[in-house]
Design a protein around this ligand. Structure first.
Ligand code: ADP
Ligand code: MG
Length: 329
């Protein structure tokens, strides 16, 4: 088995909510509230969950693009959460991010080639022709042409722009790429092209992915293992096939039953999620999912379930599995 590349331990990110002048007790949005998982080298680990559950905050806190409130992140054996500014800058080459909307992160007044050269200048590659050569190579690696370097962002389609985003992330031969909803803004036909590209690049460059998406079919397509988040916490984690074939957490069950089924023969009973996602500034006591859970019992309303290994490689935070029993309908 490959070694662990990324380890996330009890990560939290609380955002203070601005209160009134006389408000004494500060309130917080617990965007990420104690998330623990690890990713092996060469693996694609998926983070799924409804919008607002804390996926992006988790991804960005890992890279320290935002400062986590507490918890630890180890990358390749080093504690990221302890690094100073300079150390962090050096290690950033190894950890890159791809965003949902590459256009937002591209300067509209600069050619793609110039933009891709910039980080090389920052990192002291002074030979201009070497930089240009590297840009051309990278554009071809992601399925564009060398000439695309002379064009401006608006001259590209959505899929091409995401290829540019990927090329930029690859410039320094990173080990880990956090891909935050990388295909969510693309047409379905383009989505699979970009997903296939990411898979090819993973093999060529031995990449490890943290793949963030709200789309269960996308995650199923590309991920080896998956973590399901709800209101800032991980509620279930497991191998892709095992998780999709037999979800344990009632929230995972509901999510999957609501997703479109590729095989219409395999009719699944549809579980309708009741109620809205609760306010993350004021999450329910006990299990945060209990107000929407069809199986909730008294303990669920009072005690937060621990995130435990229910069976080999499968972790779940649910009282229904603490006695080892199946949830009762
Ligand atoms: P996701 O990526 O799963 O949609 P996010 O990580 O973006 O979720 O957000 C998690 C929660 O944190 C949401 O309730 C969101 O409103 C809140 N949040 C995110 N960024 C900020 C911020 N800068 N200030 C305050 N709250 C934030
Ligand atoms: Mg997000």
């Amino acid at each position: 088995m490959n070694k662990t590349l990324l380890e996330v331990k009890d990560l939290t990110k609380y955002y203070p909510i601005r209160g009134g002048l006389f408000q004494r007790n500060k309130q917080y949005v617990k965007a990420v509230d104690g998330v623990t998982f690890s990713i092996r080298e060469g693996e694609t680990f998926g983070l799924v969950g409804e919008s607002g559950c804390g996926k992006s905050t988790t991804g960005r806190s890992i890279l320290r693009l935002i400062e986590p409130t507490s918890g630890k992140v180890y990358f390749d054996g080093r504690e990221i959460t302890k690094l100073n500014h300079q150390e962090l800058r050096n290690i950033r080459k190894d950890m890159q991010i791809i965003f949902q909307d590459p256009y937002a992160s591209l300067n509209p007044r600069m050619t793609i080639g110039k933009m891709m050269e910039e980080p090389m200048i920052v990192h002291g590659i002074s030979d201009k022709s070497l930089r240009r050569q590297k840009v051309r190579e990278m554009l071809e690696v992601v399925g564009l042409n060398a000439e695309h370097g002379d064009r401006y962002p608006h001259e590209f389609s959505g899929g091409q722009r995401q290829r540019v985003g990927i090329a930029r992330a690859l410039m320094h031969q990173p080990k880990l790429i956090v891909a935050d909803e990388p295909v969510s803004a693309l047409d379905v036909s383009v989505q699979s092209q970009v997903l296939n590209l990411l898979q090819d690049l993973q093999e060529t460059f031995r990449l490890t992915y943290l793949f963030i998406s709200h789309d269960l079919s996308v995650v199923r397509y590309i991920c080896d293992r998956i973590g399901v988040m709800y209101l800032g916490r991980m509620v279930e984690l497991g191998e892709r096939d095992a998780l999709y074939d037999r979800p344990l957490h009632p929230y995972t069950q509901a999510l999957l039953s609501a997703a479109p089924i590729p095989d219409p023969e395999a009719l699944r009973e549809r579980i309708v999620l009741q109620g809205d996602v609760p306010n993350p500034a004021n999450p329910p006591v006990g299990c945060a999912f209990h107000p929407r859970c069809p199986y909730a019992v008294e303990t669920c309303r009072t005690t937060r379930p621990a995130f435990r290994e229910a069976e080999s490689g499968r972790f779940v935070a649910c009282h229904l599995y603490e006695t080892g029993g199946e949830p009762v309908a």
